[in-house]
Design a protein around this ligand. Structure first.
Ligand code: FEO
Length: 170
């Protein structure tokens, strides 16, 4: 049986990951409307990955005999004023999620819940990648976003991103 605090945090994280999916869907929607379909594609795939994160945590709880409680998903809250503001909000959000994962890890560590720590190791690594992806995207936009031809090339590059299922199997 998992520790109650760890269960609560994992349960909340399902909601946070689904919110992340919703937020990135909002970003995707914005970029498609701007005519930047590559950016729209990139965030749509990001949304799919976030849904996967939620499903993995749900599965982990189920594997441990815990019935998750699904809660209301908030409306996407990021204020979008221009294209760059979306990328900045994406990076800020990933840093926030990293903090949430670390909080769960901390709770598992404090009760010597090695099983959950081992499960979360994948998420810790994944957050490193997610933050790096968001930082790289923002950097590229800052370098090339002001020039229409370069922006077109960057948009084409992002349009080539394809979805792949998570490497973690439970
Ligand atoms: Fe599931 Fe992007 O954190």
């Amino acid at each position: 049986m998992l520790d109650q605090k760890v269960i609560e945090l994992l349960n909340d994280q399902i909601n946070k990951e689904l919110y992340s999916a919703y937020l990135y869907l909002d970003f995707s929607n914005y970029f498609y409307d701007e005519g930047l379909d590559g950016f729209g594609n990139w965030y749509k795939i990001q949304a799919q990955e976030e849904r996967d994160h939620a499903m993995l945590i749900l599965q982990y709880l189920q594997n441990n005999g815990i019935k998750a409680v699904l809660k209301t998903i908030d409306k996407p809250a990021a204020e979008i004023s221009n294209q760059k503001s979306v990328l900045v909000a994406g990076l800020k959000h990933e840093r926030f999620v990293t903090g949430l994962i670390h909080t769960i890890y901390d709770a598992a560590y404090s009760v010597k819940d090695f099983r959950t720590m081992q499960f979360l190791d994948w998420f810790v690594k994944e957050q490193g990648e997610e933050e790096n992806n968001a930082e790289t995207l923002l950097k590229k936009f800052q370098l090339f976003g002001d020039d229409p031809k370069s922006l077109y090339m960057l948009d084409s590059e992002l349009g080539a991103r394809t979805y792949s299922a998570p490497s973690l199997v439970l």
